[in-house]
Design a protein around this ligand. Structure first.
Ligand SMILES: *Cc1c(COP(=O)(O)O)cnc(C)c1O
Length: 404
């Protein structure tokens, strides 16, 4: 059932296997959570390190009708024919800076987000040059305090956008916002942001805006907050099978399966005496005669240096811990006298059902969040996409995604 791409030389060092069947199952699970809403698969940052084009195609196969990115360059790459993303899928991006590729985005039919009048001015100028209307979504700052238009400036942005719409320079396709604390159920900011969002939407609609979509829900809101689903949900991390926060539940609690498995081949296994310092700074000293395994991954590959002396690795069925410091290209594990030999598989993280650690385990070891663990895996690590292409009836199989 699992089609594995034959490993090339580079993949023998290390590989991030991306299980697209798991991703498709996660998309279906999320759609069941938000049955009345369309789903935008957030594939920014190379799909959180999983490979944007392959993940976008898989998400679309499983029913996503929108794709979301941060930068316009990411959005334009999904619109390029090489991506294999069907033309009828909507693509939206939200992180613009002055002088951005507005005209290219308009010509590619990308929905662009506006948080302020500088962006409205630039998109109007580009729409005139392009000779076709821009698709714009107005972003409200309902309390996140990051991107988005402040309530006090909303009337001006809405009025300016409506004037341009009346001139045929743009179409206001969406009204949207983003949560600050959706991963902390019951946090008072959630209700406050929702009511502010409803007010700002009602104001814009009262002025004559007729959006295709209104949306605010990220992964935690998609999973836990049905009243936030509106017309569209925008999950990112949950697509990749990682829980947005261990406090609200594990991925298994939500029926999600981690998509990435990061593994490496041991580059060396050697016997060393007790009292031997290990790696830069000698922060680990072997407690007795033992064996050391050399894992050929380091911080250049996205392995956090903060996980020195803490990150877990599965070798031959046993959890081992990073011994001493993570270096740029490699780190060491104490194999406790076992000698699996060079080339033995070291699994850093995966779904967990072979006994391996998860990205969440690494997040805890490094004092960060699992989002960062998967997203930061470097380009030197090849992504090996498996289970590409819908398998016949998988959409009808209730067991799909619950583990194999
Ligand atoms: C990253 C992002 C998302 C997805 O967030 P997750 O927590 O990964 O689901 C949704 N909307 C915006 C604006 C984002 O930047």
């Amino acid at each position: 059932m699992k089609e594995t791409v034959a490993p090339s030389g580079a993949e023998l060092r290390a590989r991030a296997e991306i299980d697209l069947a798991a991703l498709r199952a996660n998309v279906r699970t999320l759609r069941e959570r938000a049955p009345g809403a369309a789903l935008m698969a957030v594939v920014k940052a190379d799909a959180y390190g999983h490979g944007a084009a392959a993940c976008a195609r898989a998400a679309v196969e499983a029913g996503a009708t929108w794709l979301g990115t941060a930068t316009p360059q990411e959005a334009l790459a999904l619109r390029a024919p090489e991506s294999g993303v069907p033309d009828d899928v909507r693509v939206m991006c939200w992180l613009w800076t002055p002088g951005g590729p507005w005209r290219e985005a308009i010509e590619a039919g990308v929905d662009v987000s506006l948080s302020g009048t500088w962006a409205l001015d630039e998109v109007i100028r580009a729409a005139r040059l392009a000779g076709r209307p821009a698709r714009v979504q107005l972003k409200a700052d309902t309390g996140l305090g990051r991107g988005g238009c402040q309530p006090a400036d909303w009337a001006g942005l809405v009025a300016g956008a409506l004037r341009a719409e009346a001139e045929g320079l743009l179409r206001i396709t969406g009204l949207w916002s983003h949560f600050a604390c959706a991963d902390e159920p019951g946090h008072p900011s959630i209700a406050a942001q929702l009511s502010r969002f409803r007010e700002m939407v009602a104001y814009a609609e009262g002025q004559g805006v007729d959006p295709e979509v209104r949306h605010i829900a990220n992964s935690p809101a998609t999973l836990t907050l049905p009243e936030s689903h509106f017309d569209l949900v925008r999950p990112g991390i949950a697509l990749y099978g990682v829980s947005p926060s261990p406090e609200i539940g594990t991925s298994a609690d939500f029926g999600l399966r981690p998509v990435m498995t990061l593994s490496a081949s041991l580059a060396l296994v050697k016997h060393v005496p007790g009292g031997h310092g290990v790696s830069y700074g000698h922060h680990y000293v072997t407690p007795g005669a033992t064996t050391l395994g050399l894992v050929p991954l380091g911080y250049a590959d996205g392995i956090p240096r903060h996980a020195s002396a803490a990150g877990p690795v599965l070798v031959e069925g046993k959890w081992r811990t990073v011994a001493g410091r993570v270096a740029m290209d490699q780190f060491v594990v104490d194999l406790g006298g076992d000698d699996p030999g060079p080339g033995a598989e070291a699994v850093l993280f995966g779904p967990g059902d072979r006994g391996e650690p998860t990205a969440e385990d690494w997040a805890q070891a490094a004092g960060t969040i699992a989002y960062e663990i998967v997203t930061r895996i470097g380009h030197r690590v090849p992504r090996v996409h498996v289970n590409e292409g819908n398998e016949g009836n998988e959409g009808n199989d209730p067991e799909e995604g619950s583990g194999r």
